[in-house]
Ligand binder design. Structure first.
Ligand code: G4P
Length: 288
């Protein structure tokens, strides 16, 4: 799903989340493990108004494990609890209720000290489109839930989903936030993963960005797949990157009349293979 975010939509999305904050004890902020900063909302701290928060790096199955470890250290240094999951298979999800309760330990301990039976902790999942909110909710619920409400402006009655034997309750509709559009590289990173449609950013520009990044950080994976000979010596020289795009196009038979390479076709094929995991696991930004 791609949402065209206009200022009015952002205000509405923000208001909807802030309405929901009144109902819950903690927030699960979902990010994409391949780009944990670029897949966050730029105003998240302000929007959440200090609600206890767990940061989840989803799609960890697709990310570079070494870089994911670095991100976990980074978030720890920032004072946040974060951990990687794969919502599509459910790996790591068992940890969520435990971590949420840990986050709310003081509050729960106070209830116990007053002789009260702790009530289930109530949680809201938030994140930008395509980070896996619906997948996570459905996995936690053990059935298909988050289909209708998953758009700004679409409202329905609040429903609570019991998780972890009733210890935790999840709001069935996630809070949808917008990404940080102002930074062009953020847009490209999101587009490489397929989170922004190619009608919005040019497919050749997206592939150029990805090929440049892979030349630098994942040369082995890319060069082996497309039998590329020489790693660029100057990553900032566009000619060297375009030469690679042409080599990739030739390898995949993307030829036009006169022996020229069809760069648009080559770009689409490259991105399709990348997203399908044909070049292995990768991350598009690292903290250090
Ligand atoms: P959203 O609600 O935040 O917008 O995201 P959604 O759950 O719709 O997930 C977006 C895409 O990401 C889906 O793929 C989903 O299957 C995939 N996804 C979610 N979590 C994970 C994960 O942990 N690992 C991997 N590898 N993929 C994940 P899609 O191609 O859009 O849909 P579909 O082919 O699954 O139907």
């Amino acid at each position: 799903m791609t949402i065209q975010w206009f200022p009015g939509h952002m205000t509405k999305a923000r208001r909807q989340i802030q309405e929901k904050l009144k109902l819950i004890d903690a927030v699960i902020e979902l990010t994409d493990a391949r780009l944990p900063l670029s897949s966050r909302n730029p105003m998240i701290d302000e929007i959440l108004q200090g609600k206890p928060r767990l940061i989840i790096l989803n799609k960890a199955d697709l990310a570079d494990p070494e870089v994911t470890r670095q991100w976990l250290s980074y978030f720890k240094e920032e004072g946040h609890t974060s951990f990687p999951v794969d919502a599509s298979t459910g790996t790591g999800l068992k940890e969520i209720p435990n971590q949420v309760r840990l986050l709310l330990k003081d509050k729960i301990d106070k209830q116990i000290a007053k002789g009260m039976k702790p009530r289930p902790v109530r949680v809201l999942i938030v994140g930008i489109p395509n980070v896996g909110k619906s997948t996570l909710i459905n996995r936690l619920a053990g059935r298909s839930i988050a289909a209708t409400g998953d758009r700004p402006g679409v409202t329905k009655g609040q429903q609570w989903i019991k998780v972890s034997g009733g210890d935790m309750e999840l709001l069935d509709t996630p809070g949808i936030l917008w990404p940080k559009f102002e930074d062009q590289n953020v847009g490209y990173r999101l587009a490489v993963t397929g989170a922004i449609r190619e009608e919005i950013l040019n497919v050749e520009d997206i592939a150029f960005f990805a090929i440049k990044y892979f030349s630098r950080y994942y040369w082995k994976d890319m060069s082996e797949r497309f039998e590329l000979k020489e790693q660029p010596t100057d990553f900032d020289n566009p000619d060297e990157i375009v030469a690679l795009m042409e080599a990739i196009g030739r390898k995949r038979g993307c030829m036009m009349s006169g022996g020229r390479v069809d760069l648009e076709k080559a770009s689409s094929i490259f991105l399709r293979e990348l997203r399908a995991g044909k070049m292995g696991r990768f991350s598009l930004e690292a903290p250090y």
